[in-house]
Write a protein that binds this ligand. Structure first.
Ligand SMILES: *Cc1c(COP(=O)(O)O)cnc(C)c1O
Length: 429
């Protein structure tokens, strides 16, 4: 027994001892205080638990509320009836029903790109990043893979698989100097970064575009947080402002947030059919038996149709109005940004208790605190959606102020007038 080997983990790119050790305490504490592990039924935008507690969710990423749009629900059902099967289980590279192709053509037209679908953004990245690392999605040269320090966990999770194909490094957040240095040293570099950060702020697409032009750098963007919520036809931040839209830019985006359905879109430009085949055959779970199922495809076709109408800009505007309304009441570091997430600062000691009081008052906001975020940056995370009513937002803000949120500075002189003239329209909503 004693001469059997114990393993010393290399922990080069991941460490579950640390992740579980740190994260689980956070979750246990949240659950003990009734702020995690909640089960509730959703009806008309209000959640109700088994013991009859009602609350409005302010931590849901369906920013435009398309997930419960009647046309999206009908689209899912119609596609099931039309194709007559939920998922014809076989890799699509062998045999597929036309559902995915129809969806990819629709999304391709909508976003002006070649679109490949996946069951989730996480699955897309886990499949694509190692192919980029080995040079098979690109020009054949293995790039140095540079992961932004703050990139989403679904991107960082691909580091070990990428590291078996090429060299992997992590850089500071948006560290353009480091990237240029690497571009000077290496034949090719691929930078992996979120298009829109989880707490506001966007990737420096112009500056990255300059490095792409000068050095042929590849950029892998995850624009999950801004697709649908931002830009014409919901094209997202990267494709609205990115200057390089060719094979040097690859963008992945979930369809599960503002797009309101399920699945993900990989947005490509300038790739040959042969490369698309390589993706279909070798990009990890993209080539296993499970693609987006027919209900998800039908829902997505319906959401894409909504994106083509005037309803989309109206929903985007409604979301922005709600963000602004929140900002007129509560001051956060995100005040004034177009991004739908706010963190209302609290102390590590008070944040759970505050979250509980807000929940009891009928609103779910998620507490984040040490050890999940750095000491001194605890807060209640609030996500605004198009579907929230002015009254819900005003009431939430009043409760937040009661539990210690900082009130926004009074508006400048002419602002009350503006608010007055806005009143009749607001009342009509
Ligand atoms: C939410 C999110 C994801 C997860 O998307 P799935 O489709 O659920 O895998 C990935 N990346 C970013 C940046 C996200 O915000």
């Amino acid at each position: 027994m004693s001469d059997r080997k114990a393993i010393t983990p290399p922990h080069l790119y991941r460490n579950n001892d640390k992740a579980v050790g740190v994260g689980n305490a956070f979750w246990d504490m949240s659950e003990r205080n009734g702020l995690a592990g909640i089960v509730a039924e959703l009806q008309d935008g209000v959640l109700r638990t088994g013991v009859g507690h009602e609350f409005v969710n302010f931590t849901c990423c369906s920013y435009l509320d398309l997930d419960s749009h009647p046309k999206v629900i009908d689209g899912a059902i119609a596609a099931l009836r039309r194709f007559g099967v939920l998922d014809h289980c076989i890799p699509r590279s062998r045999v597929q029903i036309p559902a995915l192709l129809e969806l990819e053509a629709s999304l391709g037209e909508l976003f002006g790109a070649t679109v490949v679908s996946a069951i989730s953004a996480g699955v897309a990245s886990a499949g694509l990043l190692p192919l980029i690392a080995s040079g098979h999605l690109g020009n054949g040269i293995r790039p140095l893979m540079v992961f932004d320090k703050n990139c989403h966990v679904s991107l960082a999770g691909a580091k070990p698989t990428c590291a078996d194909e090429t060299e992997v490094v992590t850089c500071g957040h948006h560290d353009l100097g480091f990237l240029e240095d690497m571009c000077k040293q290496y034949q090719r570099v691929c930078y992996v970064v979120d298009g829109s950060d989880s707490l506001g702020g966007y990737a420096p697409v112009q500056e990255l575009g300059a490095l792409q032009e000068k050095y042929g750098m590849l950029v892998y963007y995850d624009d999950s947080h801004s697709i649908s919520a931002y830009g014409e036809r919901g094209i997202g931040y990267v494709r609205s402002h990115g200057p390089v839209l060719d094979e040097r830019t690859i963008t992945v985006a979930t369809l599960n947030k503002a797009f309101g359905t399920s699945g993900a879109a990989i947005l490509l430009d300038g790739y040959q059919k042969t490369t698309l085949r390589v993706i279909e055959r070798f990009a990890g779970a993209l080539c296993y038996s499970q693609p987006m199922n027919t209900a998800a495809v039908g829902a997505s076709l319906a959401s894409a149709e909504i994106h083509r109408t005037e309803e989309l800009p109206a929903l985007q505007q409604r979301m922005r109005d709600n963000i602004e309304l929140f900002d007129t009441h509560i001051k956060t570091e995100q005040t004034g940004t177009t991004y739908p997430i706010r963190v209302v600062p609290m102390t590590d000691e008070t944040v759970i208790e505050s979250g509980r009081r807000v929940y009891e008052a009928g609103f779910y906001v998620s507490p984040v605190f040490f050890p999940i975020v750095a000491r001194g940056t605890a807060g209640l995370r609030v996500m605004l959606r198009a579907g929230h009513t002015d009254e819900q937002i005003r009431r939430l803000c009043a409760v937040l102020i009661e539990v210690g949120a900082q009130q926004a500075a009074p508006l400048p002189e002419e602002a009350p007038l503006l608010e007055e003239t806005a009143m009749p329209e607001e009342a009509a909503r």
